[in-house]
Unconditional design. Structure first.
Length: 318
């Protein structure tokens, strides 16, 4: 009896099974290279955001598809034999390459490192596009799970955006977003479901702003949206309403509808602060006021020095 079986017998099984599922997919979120998990039929169960960078396909477009559909025809027999050899032999890993059909029909040659797990009957693969080895800047500035700009990118870009807003009489709105109900999804459906939900919501949030680099993931279930408005007549509140509506829409995970909410804090530069750290803090504080006010709503930061709540929205529709 192995350690996992012994622990499950003592603990009733289910909590430990969920823990091992979480660990099984942790490598995917942390990998800069493309990562994929597939069943024995070659059906793609989970991928990370690196696939979008190399192939043009977002994770949602690949999940549920069969790898065979993306293989160059002349490579199929050889590659299928490699996968089959992992199942029938004592060898747990193998390496090979083949031409993969990317979005738009272009074929790229990828190197595959494949591990077969007989306990789970799954293939775990790390896939490298050798043309990207030098793309270290992208790796440093982007989140591996969602493909969005990360905290480091926000830290570097926010001062420049504030300077642009100040110098041209524009308004920069910063929306600090924390998902409501995300922990429950992770706890009940598992870590993989949580990752799928984050990827789906990241794609929605990206389309709420005018430029893709204006949407960043800070980590966990926290996001920041930025938008530049050409005059003092900004529409940050309307943007926040669109964000709440986008997040509230259901996400289907393994035939199950999942719904979460969004608590949002809004801060404006340079009106409320021209300092990047202070601006983030103001938005963060406003987000927590939205949480305390009932969640799934937005609150505009208050810089009057009073204890007032700031401008607050009503609850969302989720």
């Amino acid at each position: 009896m192995n350690v996992k079986e012994l622990l499950e017998r003592e603990a009733g099984g289910e909590p430990l099974s969920r823990l091992f599922r979480m660990e099984r997919y942790a490598w995917m979120a942390l990998s800069y290279d493309m990562a994929v998990a597939m069943d024995m039929d070659g059906c793609i169960l989970a991928v990370n955001a690196a696939w979008q960078r190399s192939t043009g396909f977002w994770p949602e477009a690949l999940r549920g598809q069969y790898l065979l559909e993306f293989m160059a025809f002349d490579d199929r027999e050889r590659v299928l034999a490699c996968f089959q050899s992992l199942i029938t032999s004592d060898t747990a890993t193998t390496t090979f390459d083949f031409r993969f059909r990317c979005e738009g029909g272009e074929y790229k040659r990828f190197n595959w490192n494949v591990l077969y797990s007989p306990d789970n009957e799954l293939f775990y693969c790390i896939v490298k596009d050798l043309s990207e080895v030098s793309d270290l800047r992208h790796a440093a500035y982007h989140d591996t799970l969602t493909g969005l700009p990360n905290r480091l990118y926000l830290t570097d870009s926010l001062p420049r955006l504030i300077e642009t807003a100040s110098g041209h009489g524009h308004v920069l709105s910063l929306l600090f977003i924390d998902l409501d109900g995300f922990k429950e999804v992770n706890d009940t459906l598992g870590h993989l479901a949580g990752d799928i939900l984050l990827q789906a919501l990241a794609e929605r949030l990206r389309h709420c702003v005018s430029r893709p680099e204006y949407c960043a993931r800070l980590g966990g279930d926290e996001f920041v949206l930025l938008e530049l408005w050409p005059c003092a007549c900004h529409e940050a509140e309307k943007l926040a309403e669109r964000v709440v509506a986008a997040v509230n829409a259901p996400v289907t995970i393994d035939t199950q509808e999942v719904r979460v909410g969004a608590s949002i804090g809004i801060a404006l530069a340079p009106e409320q602060s021209a300092d990047p750290v202070t601006l983030l803090e103001l938005a963060d504080q406003a987000m927590y006021r939205a949480k305390r006010a009932g969640k799934n709503r937005f609150v505009v930061a208050d810089t009057s020095g009073t204890c007032g709540p700031g401008l607050e929205s009503g609850p969302g529709n989720g």
